[in-house]
Design a protein around this ligand. Structure first.
Ligand code: NAG
Ligand code: NAG
Length: 499
């Protein structure tokens, strides 16, 4: 149980370390910078992701939910066009119906792109009539060209579902200077089409996406009838086309019999190659906030260093701990030594008592010199010792033992001193660690309260908070791994003991 839980904790924290590393590598790249310092100058036509550099204009766009109040904002609808929260049906599948949707505002962009999702569907094999996309000088009144007036000025793209020749849905592009009448008798519009495209858009399996790009006088249409824009295929490209700013986008549709539903799912207009943001467009206090954010990030860098220091200190501490084990062993050995010494002393005392019993002077008498030395070397001496051991010999031996004891004691003192030194150093270390941890948690709390103060601006700093949390987790993970390793070592040791 313990092992598995430690394992889970450590692996979790290793994972968070990895995530952490990701955050740091992210911060190194300017694109991921939360402070918004990325280079906003737009020189190329594509950005890092390979997309066209563009900016959506929501006033020239609409998508679900289409309505605000009772109308599509910045757009006008008329005739049979149905607008609701979840559908815009240009013309319903009722024979003879027609409708229109025009942008109230002019397009101001030199280069633009329109992404339109739509669906033309009907229950019959062939559709009747179709719809048209407009980029015209005026918003056109109702008329014969797919529900709009003839003799327009500008661009018209027809989605002709009832092409009388091919009987297949056909897309055609037309330009008009306001003079050509395509609807009059005897005119075959198909002969005047600037471009024709046969990608089948009727009754598709998925919504059809149209991408119309006008850039540097080149008009390009791409279409995807299968995968929602993932596989856009070129439909047509026209060069040297003049579509000045100030025109209106519009959509119209009309139905004969049989009739189709013409639904527009979304319409998004983009400005291509938008000019770089001006520096003076900053909100009030933005500079201060950015500076704050930068400071904060610098601080976190500092914190990182501190955490690294703490880590190395933990490592050192761990080494010291293993040293401590050694010291404990030394202490035990010294205890044994001490016991031996004590026993030797006791033996000496017993010896002394025995000598005294045999008539030798007491230790006190010897020290005060209050005794008569009997020359033992004299063979004629009456006081012959029964043991045959001379007092002088015993005395010198005792002195030797005492000397050795004194030596050992001084050695032991030295060792004790070194142990005490190590312990006090460790105490200092632990105190420093304590202080550091307290400092860091204070810092963290301070930053946290700052962050809660202006939580509206907390977006940028949230990631830093996550970094802190992850760091704490990482640190914990390190300690956990350490504990696990220690535990494992202990287990191995124990196993060895039993072998
Ligand atoms: C930003 O882009 C401009 C124009 O290409 C370039 O001169 C400038 O060095 C870039 N700045 C940074 C910080 O990349
Ligand atoms: C998409 O268009 C191609 C080309 O006209 C056609 O062959 C294909 O059947 C269409 N796919 C669908 C799902 O309509």
């Amino acid at each position: 149980m313990k092992l598995s839980s430690i394992w889970i904790v450590s692996s979790l924290c290793i994972f968070s370390n990895v995530v952490n590393a990701g955050i740091f590598s992210n911060r190194a790249s300017p694109a991921g910078d939360a402070t918004g310092k990325e280079n906003t100058s737009n020189t190329g036509s594509t950005n890092k992701k390979g997309d066209v550099d563009k900016k959506m204009d929501y006033k020239l766009s609409f998508k679900v939910p289409y309505l605000y109040g009772n109308e599509v904002p910045f757009w006008s609808a008329g005739e049979d066009t149905i607008t609701s929260r979840d559908i815009i049906r240009l013309s319903p599948s009722i024979p003879g119906s027609k409708g229109w949707l025009w942008s109230n505002l002019e397009n101001d962009y030199e280069n633009w792109m329109v992404d339109m999702d739509f669906r033309v569907s009907g229950s019959q094999i062939h559709g009747g009539r179709g719809m048209a996309f407009w980029y015209s000088k005026h918003r056109l009144p109702t008329g014969p060209i797919f529900g709009a007036q003839d003799q327009w000025e500008g661009l018209s793209i027809w989605f002709d579902t009832a092409n009388p020749k091919t009987r297949h849905p056909t897309i055609m592009a037309f330009m008009n200077d306001g003079k050509i009448s395509y609807a009059s008798q005897g005119v075959d519009p198909t002969k005047r089409a600037l471009a024709t495209c046969h990608i089948d858009y009727r009754n598709p399996t998925s919504i059809v996406k149209m991408r119309l790009t006008y850039k540097d006088k080149i008009l390009t249409m791409m279409l995807d009838n299968t995968s929602l824009g993932k596989k856009l295929r070129p439909c047509f490209q026209l060069r040297d086309i003049t579509l000045p700013p100030g025109y209106h986008f519009g959509l119209t549709a009309s139905s004969h019999n049989p009739a189709d539903d013409h639904d527009i799912i979304s319409f998004e207009t983009f400005q291509l190659d938008p000019p770089p943001k001006k520096a003076n467009q900053k909100r009030p206090l933005e500079d201060a906030k950015i500076q704050q954010g930068e400071e904060f990030i610098e601080l976190s860098e500092e914190q990182r260093k501190k955490i690294e220091e703490a880590e190395s200190e933990i490592k050192r501490l761990r080494e010291h701990t293993s040293n401590m084990d050694l010291l404990t062993e030394t202490a035990a050995t010294m205890g044994v030594l001490f016991d031996t010494e004590r026993r030797i002393l006791e033996t000496l005392q017993v010896n002394q008592l025995q000598l005294e019993a045999m008539g030798a002077p007491t230790a006190a008498k010897i020290l005060s010199g209050d005794y008569v030395q009997t020359p033992l070397e004299n063979p004629q001496g009456g006081n012959k010792q029964p043991s045959g051991v001379s007092v002088n010999h015993l005395k010198s031996e005792t002195q030797l033992v005492i000397q050795r004891l004194e030596q050992q004691w001084s050695q032991r003192d030295q060792q004790l001193q070194s142990i005490q030194g190590t312990i006090s150093r460790m105490e200092v270390l632990i105190q420093t660690m304590d202080k550091r941890i307290a400092l860091q948690s204070n810092n963290l709390q301070g930053k946290l309260s700052e962050m809660t103060k202006d939580s509206a601006e907390a977006k940028g700093t949230m990631s830093t908070l996550i970094k802190y949390v992850l760091y704490a987790c990482g640190l914990q993970g390190l300690v956990g791994i350490g504990a696990y390793l220690y535990w494992k070592l202990r287990v191995e040791k124990n196993e060895k003991k039993f072998l």
